[in-house]
Design a protein around this ligand. Structure first.
Ligand code: FES
Length: 118
């Protein structure tokens, strides 16, 4: 399996998120978060207008860490599922990406990136 290293898993703190630019596009196209001790990785694209979610580097979550926020129009998503529960894309979901762990690293299989490059 060909995979890209995103970060050390212990760099993802509870209630925090980090953005990554695995394709070297000059923007963070994916982000990872830790919520209730579980790590999730999502594509950084709002289902409303397909724009990035964060308002500045690594600011994907509400202050209490309980929601993913799209700062364009305030959509709120559940960290566990990526489902939008408030805002213009209510009922739609962020694209969750499968990841793997290897020696304490968070890896993103390249096949996951191919999902939206086709
Ligand atoms: S682009 Fe995300 S809520 Fe509108």
């Amino acid at each position: 399996m060909v995979a890209l290293r995103l970060c050390r898993l212990d760099a993802l703190l509870e209630g925090r998120a980090l953005g990554f630019d695995p394709l070297h596009e000059g923007r963070d196209s994916v982000f990872a978060l830790r919520h209730r001790q579980t790590v999730r990785v999502y594509r950084n694209s709002c289902p409303h207008l397909a724009v990035p979610l964060e308002y500045r580097k690594d600011r994907f979550l509400s202050a209490d860490g309980q929601r993913i926020i799209c700062y364009a129009h305030g959509a709120q998503f559940l960290p566990d599922s990526g489902e939008c529960v408030h805002g213009p894309c209510r009922g739609q979901s962020l694209t969750a990406l499968a990841w793997v762990e290897e020696d304490g690293w968070l890896l993103l299989p390249k096949a996951q990136l191919a999902l939206w490059q086709a």
